[in-house]
Design a binder for this molecule. Sequence first.
Ligand code: KIV
Ligand code: ZN
Length: 523
Amino acid sequence: MSSKKRKIIIFDTTLRDGEQSPGCSMNLDEKLAMARQLARLQVDVIEAGFPIASDGDFEAVKAIAQQVRNVRVAGLARAVKIDIDRAWEALQYAAQPRIHTFIATSDIHLKYKLKKSRQEVLDAAVAAVQLAKSYCEDVEFSCEDAGRTEDDYLAQVVKATIEAGATTINIPDTVGYAIPSEWGERMKRLVKNVPELTRKAVLSTHCHNDLGLAVSNSIAACQNGAGQVECTINGIGERAGNASLEEFVMACRTRHDLLDFTTGIVTEEIYPTSRLLTNTTGVFVQQNKAVVGKNAFAHEAGIHQDGMLKDSLTYEIMTPQSVGIVKSNIVLGKHSGRHALANRFSELGFDLEKTELDKAYKLFTKLADQKKNISDEDLLAIIQDGIQNIPEKWHMKYIQTIGGNQVVSSAVVVLIDMDTSTEVKDAAPGDGPVSALCKSIDRIVGLEGTVTDYQVHSITEGRDAVGEVFLRVTFDKVEYMGKAASTDVMDATARAYLNAVNKALYARQNSKSKKRDRHGAGV
Ligand code: KIV
Ligand code: ZN
């Protein structure tokens, strides 16, 4: 294999084929932001839309052509004059414009959709390329449903459109029907039957993912002469989508030992681009999606976590950083071992002694049986409640809150002072029942807290779900966490706040007695 690798042209069609898929439509500003990010990713061509399809599509292609200058911009057009004229109207502003025109060539499409003969389609294809060429040097022609087009006819259309001036010939597997070996052979035969295909033009492939083979088919095409791959971010596109850009690019990078081609993609921009798309459309990728899924760099099994902590090469074939993800995720759950737990505690600033770790691990496995994923807050609660054994100075007896959008919120709180076994009652108004509760507790315990984080999660389902409240409170510039669960969110809130109060009082008492000890020792 030669050391100089062929560079595959990455033709990104997220804004055209991708945008056509349900739930993925974007407005003009969103498309512009996406196009700018694709330029940062350094795709070679952005297919910005289908200008004849709607005024919105036209305006988006025009704006991208005008504003995103450092990348080639393509617009799609059927093989008819009105489409090509409109595409050029939008594309004329681009620094590097490309008209992409297409017509179906399979007998199924000719008979049922176009109701045209092979000769009529051939003539339309040639006329379309000639018209596009009169506007712009860079013309791409696609034989829609090439995957089901008869070999000789496909070669005839490809030959004629190259003669008419097409500089890229795209061979789509429109319905995602091909198998990798078959698709590779198809490309090889086409290059053999039409030698000018790779001499005068670039052979492109555009694979759909109906059988989950779009990326594999794209790789097979490149192994057999294709020089351009059409793909989308997160693999979005018609039906099951298009070949996923990130998967194709990372396969080229990771298996450079086997593949004699590469891409110019800045791979560190992959994850930011994927996130921009999901944040824009609200269409999330599956958790186990290759390269960009939530679990792509997550490890839960104890054996895997242990291996990862020794050397990430054990279970990762590419680094998360290479695709723009900050770091691998060691997910703490019931499959995790002590090594992973100790490591996470250490990251959180707690280097536990062996006996402490044993105790923490016991509490952790008990919790992991009830909860799927253990968060950092859970771990801190294990430390603060289970390992450090904080005594309860104040105990909750009962609360009463008033809230609503027509009344001033207020709360009454009754606490028991555990040192003297006396009940203390107080009340306070607040901006809402949560703030009223916190103020009432502050008045009783003699502290003044500021809640900096407040989260409610449901642990069980249904109307009587148990809600878990987690909050962070700052008392005198020191932050404490409080956590409690109850079927009543206000009850859980008051207990969580009191939990933080008890920790703060204990910490104060501890530091006072330490000071006394130091003075007593004459330091
Ligand atoms: O899938 C397809 O055939 C297409 C063409 C328009 C290129 O998207
Ligand atoms: Zn397509």
